[in-house]
Design a protein around this ligand. Structure first.
Ligand code: FES
Length: 56
C-alpha cells in the first residue's frame, strides 16, 4: 500500500498526491486517482480546488 503525500505550498494550495476520495459538502463523492490541489486562500472560483487565484 502506497502512502498518500501532502505538500503544503507557501501562500498557495495543499496538494495531495495519491488516490483519494473527496466527500463534498452536499455528500457527493469524487475520486481523484493521482493528485488533487485544494485551495487554502479562499480566492478560488472552483472550490474546493485551487485555480491559481492565490497568485493574483
Ligand atoms: S490556494 Fe490557489 S486559489 Fe486558493
Amino acid at each position: 500500500m502506497s502512502m498518500t503525500k501532502v505538500n503544503l505550498i507557501a501562500n498557495g494550495p495543499m496538494i495531495v498526491l495519491g488516490a483519494i476520495t473527496i466527500t463534498h459538502e452536499d455528500g457527493t463523492e469524487e475520486v481523484k486517482e493521482t493528485r488533487a490541489s485544494f485551495c487554502r486562500c479562499g480566492k478560488s472560483e472552483n472550490m474546493p480546488y485551487c485555480n491559481g487565484n492565490h497568485n493574483k
